[in-house]
Design a protein around this ligand. Sequence first.
Ligand code: FAD
Length: 485
Amino acid sequence: MRDPGRFERDVLAPIRAIVGDRGIITDADAKQPHLVAWRDNWTGAVPAVVMPADTAQMAAVVAICAATGTPIVPQGGNTGLTGASQPHADNSEIILSTSRMQKIRAIDLDNDTITVDAGCVLATIQQAAAEAGRLFPLSLGAEGSCQIGGNLSTNAGGVQALRYGTARGLVLGLEVVLPDGRIWDGLRGLRKDSAGYDLKQLFIGAEGTLGIITAATLRLLPQTPASATAFLAVPDPAHAVAWLRRARKNLGENITTFELMERRCLDIAMRHNSRIADPLATRYDWYILVELNAQGDEEALRQRLLTVLEAGIEADEVLDGTLAASAEQAAALWRIREGAPEGQRLEGASYKHDVSVPVSQVPRFIAEADAALAARFPGIRSFGFGHLGDGNIHYNPIQAEGGDFAEWQSYLPEVNRIVHDIVIGLGGSITAEHGVGRLRIAELAHYKSDLEMEMMARLKQCFDPQNIMNPGKLLQPELLARHKA
Ligand code: FAD
């Protein structure tokens, strides 16, 4: 049991001396938003949320934590979905937030790079890139709140990953505060660098377990102002894959977004948001939202999409569809996609699977998971939607209507195992973009080989032998104990 007086003297007072009163929150109400997850499904307690103003302050705070063995929960926008950015309940950790580190440090148009503090909100970076006449293509539903440090630490994907890859591919350099408080300045904007291990990649997707990212040098791309957006009805996911093949052949890298959604997702989105409407006159079972982007003529781009759409109708891959005629119409189509997760959140307790399988296996995954869950848990409502273009499906079973919450909770381990067994059997991954956190910590250990888990544990021991960086996330404590150096 920690002595509060000693903790105040050895940890909080020295931290306060570094960050000042503005950089530390101890008031219960002010701490609350940092303790609770977006979906209210994770919470915890900390004596303080610390918000350093710059890298030097961050390093000095981490050095105090290292010297006193104080565990740290790194936090960005707190929009993560796996319980990785919330503390445990025992009040033993501090939250180290990057929220006051929001500087755009530099934009270099010869190199096509932008260097930013880790606390920059993703939408702010997109905006800064746009004002400089460039594109920063990472884009996700939480972009108005999530921060780039969190995006990199989860290797976020989002709705344009099909064309531009995940966050990992957009990073050229990082600055990181290591668990002992030293600063690694790896902010190189190099396009090519073969000098040894690519250390920055270790911190990307590490969920704050290896160090705190304090800044990043990111790639900028040419803007693609012309866009064409369509909402199509397809008979089933297999036909969606067939039309994707046709679209890829004919439209190539102009396809930025290719999202699949089953009817239930549209119904729930409409039920919970009066601004969302069915854009088609007839009711269908499955839909695709597709968006193309290009530098050139928008009308020509729309025409190309229309031609491939008509060929799809001819081949019975597509049943119906509408092509947005204006930016407002495109936004209305996007609202359907963006309303799907929010509608599900409001609909009842759900389990958010964020799996990936080879694109060709998506239809089989959805069919097998639906059948297996329906057989085992009558009344369960499964929602399949997401980034079909890169094989990443958000597959969210929701409790039966009027079902008992406690009973639903008790089903979760089995629901998980059923879904994940199918995913792994099809050569997939149990998480494609949200990460492991606490939510999938046992599942990760179950499905990865012993050798893979050992390599991860040894890396963790190498960077953070005291296990003070986000303990109990991603890697189970017993695994770390087993592989102690
Ligand atoms: P946080 O939630 O604060 O933290 C996430 C993880 O990163 C934690 O482990 C935390 O400890 C660690 N961390 C945070 N900052 C740092 C840092 N500076 N250094 C080291 N570790 C750090 N995700 C997708 O990938 N694709 C989507 O399409 C998508 N859509 C979403 C839509 C909605 C509505 C919501 C609520 C979430 C969505 N997410 C999506 C999940 C979430 O937005 C992403 O995981 C995002 O990248 C998290 O960023 P954050 O700043 O909120 O990080």
